[in-house]
Design a protein around this ligand. Sequence first.
Ligand code: FAD
Ligand code: 2HG
Ligand code: ZN
Length: 489
Amino acid sequence: MAGSDTDVIGALRELLGAENVVTGTDALAPFETDWRGLVRHPAIAAVTPRDTAAVAATVSACRAQGVAVVPQGGKTGMVAGGVPAPGRRQVVLSLSRLDRIRAIDTVNDSITVDAGCILQNVQDAAAAADRMLPLRLASEGSCQIGGTIATNAGGTQVVAYGSMRHLVLGLEVVLPDGRIWDGLRGLRKDNTGVDLKQLFIGSEGTLGIVTGACLTLLPRPGGQVAALVALPSVEAAIAAFVAIRHPLWTVLTSIELFSDDGLRLVLDHVPGARAPFASPSAYYALIELSVHTGDAAPARETLEEAIAGLIEDGTVTDAIMAESETQRLAFWRLRESVSEAERAAGGSLKHDVAVPISALARFIGEVHGIVERVAPGARPNIFGHVGDGSLHVNIRPPEGVALRDFARDGAVTRAIEDAVMAFGGSISAEHGIGQTKPDSLPRQKSEVELALMRTLKAALDPLDLLNPGKLLPKSGIDAIDTGETPQKA
Ligand code: FAD
Ligand code: 2HG
Ligand code: ZN
């Protein structure tokens, strides 16, 4: 039975206390608007429960009132997954007050945290125990553990440590019917049937709300070596990666690419950013080694020798080794500021793609052809995680054209997605599908895959209460006969 908005707000206030229930157009604005400023759709209220029991009670109350729940983390997602989609009455459930580090076990090398902990705070807690949580993203000062699990975040060290999926040992999850699943085990081996936590990792808050996580820790690197190299082309970047990855296999933790277009954006929009090289190159790669045991000098020497060889054969045109921690961090600031700078410059059509590393250079060649053919004058800003075959192919509109107008007919995106498919790639390497890409999903997933995803959604959330309008194509949940009717606005 659907309650009125006043009923819903009343029930939530009674449950959580009025101070944890946000209402009113202005106060709700930050809960309704995504990082990119692409969408804003209304919520009845936003709530900030304090613990797992309060999250479960909120979900049950919303279910009883017939309103949907949008799980929200740090709101740094790139596909508007953590803010309301149109078409449903909904409440935003922010995890931000679930921010406790529950336990650190330095024998098990694991950390157990509330899902609302900010990633950087968990990294700091691990460092204080002389350990490392090896997930690193430019958004780490704002994104939450629950958000990184729900999106299976990648970032800049996947080449060495894998994505978030590889770091999760156990989860605590509130299910769409309000039950709590306690799977918060700190085990590296557990073959007692289906690995249920995998259902929730990467499912973007559509199957459950993560409230706690047990994550694996690693030893803290004793030394880090960084080099910034200038490259004439993407082909050269891949050749450089291939040349260094095996000799430096045990210590290579990042190889990140950005173009001169990206660097210009950073220099124009980020205060204090300085051009690293005297003259521009088409691309730059930031290479980082992390040495866990012993002296970093031999690894540095191997990298220097490899780069010298690459300069000799023309693959690399210039290179700078970081001589201090300040310089290493300055290199990272250039790379990690590209998104922020691009947003400040008006934003782009984002394509967060992966193709096999062996196809990357041909794919990027194809992208340039598409831009010339379909959108002459548009400005590609290509950057990302070259060692994973994962790149952000962001296309800025031609000078003087508004992003909304440029985006309208979708021709560039369709052509880029066609190229991704032709190369056997993925239309979302790391950001997810959210509410900006569900209609593209059937281009990549077979009917069988889509049907399996819909079956899981219907089994766990037959009323489509959790994060409606996200991930599955629009007809998704409605296409299934569950015997229960989804509650529509
Ligand atoms: P939100 O944006 O709040 O939500 C993201 C999704 O997760 C939504 O669908 C939401 O409903 C769901 N969700 C959130 N919390 C929970 C929960 N507790 N339980 C269930 N569902 C939940 N991403 C990368 O992968 N790699 C990068 O290198 C990277 N770099 C970035 C750099 C910048 C500058 C920015 C702004 C973003 C970047 N991102 C990157 C994207 C973003 O930071 C990640 O997707 C991150 O994982 C989102 O976390 P969040 O807490 O902000 O989640
Ligand atoms: C990165 O790699 C992020 O910096 C953000 O994934 C990408 O802004 C983007 O498109
Ligand atoms: Zn990225």
